[in-house]
Design a protein around this ligand. Structure first.
Ligand code: SF4
Length: 147
């Protein structure tokens, strides 16, 4: 039995759920996460939210339930390893759209460790232009009618 305030089967979910790779060791993973957050800020929580990716293989019930109840699941990955898409599909979910930033907006992956010792900040790896391009692609995928 669900506790008060806890999501349970039959309650409304977000229309779309984004599962983002959030790989904090590279520019591509950071951009995936930041772009997803921008999408949620722009469209609002009724339309879209970010799913808890690591909870999926662990079988965390409220997360799986919300994902099942959503009209659309979109995977957003930074690089061709496609950690988010593979994780979600391995759990049996059907993805409406897979976005890979290295493939779809031409991002070149740069690992953050390459500048260790140079005293550079994480901001160096974040491009507002790439975040904007990724955000627009994700919004397009959310708005697209399923065929
Ligand atoms: S898809 Fe690439 S950037 Fe994202 S978590 Fe996996 S390895 Fe990192």
């Amino acid at each position: 039995m669900a506790k008060e305030g806890e999501w349970h089967e039959g309650m409304p979910s977000h229309e779309a759920i984004l599962f983002s790779c959030f790989g904090g060791l590279s520019n591509t993973g950071l951009t995936s996460a930041l772009a997803c957050l921008e999408v949620v800020k722009e469209l609002g929580l009724e339309k879209v939210a970010i799913g808890c990716l690591p909870s999926v293989p662990l079988g965390v019930k409220p997360v799986l339930g919300k994902a099942r109840a959503a009209k659309k699941i979109i995977a957003v990955d930074g690089c061709p390893f496609e950690c988010a898409r593979k994780t979600i599909e391995a759990a049996g979910f059907k993805i409406a759209k897979s976005i890979v930033l290295a493939r779809d907006i031409g991002m070149k992956k740069v690992a953050l460790h390459t500048d260790i010792g140079k005293g550079l900040g994480v901001e160096k790896y974040i491009s507002q232009e790439d975040i904007k391009k990724a955000k627009e692609l994700i919004i397009k995928a959310i708005m697209e009618e399923e065929t």
